[in-house]
Design a protein around this ligand. Sequence first.
Ligand code: THU
Length: 131
Amino acid sequence: MNADVDWDALRAIALAAAGRAYAPYSGYRVGAAALASDGRVVSGCNVENAGYGVTLCAECGLVSELIHGGGGRLVAFTCCNATGEVIMPCGRCRQLLWEHGGADLHVETPAGIVKMAEVLPQPFGPDSLGR
Ligand code: THU
């Protein structure tokens, strides 16, 4: 699926991002990388906080870079831990990915490349608000 995406290169960027994570509380470093609709590659790492609930997942940084860098849509996404294992985005981050990638975003999972519609079925999203 999506043969024009260099998934190995995208995963390498995610792994490099995981190396820059700030995760002194969980010790679990996460990096995320995505291809945007204009060809940009955006990435992020998790940034934890002494107030545990305030922690920013790697996807938060990635989406922030997407918007700050000019916007656009996410077309291909991967995230991994510090050992390079592909991991699934948490529930909140699936919602973030839905907002900025939608049903057709290609997501790398431990079970292969799937569409976002499979990662977040029956979503609440912009359509739900009639936008
Ligand atoms: N984490 C992410 O960065 N993204 C996810 O989708 C899953 C969880 C981070 C948050 C926290 O810093 C650490 O992983 C352990 O939960």
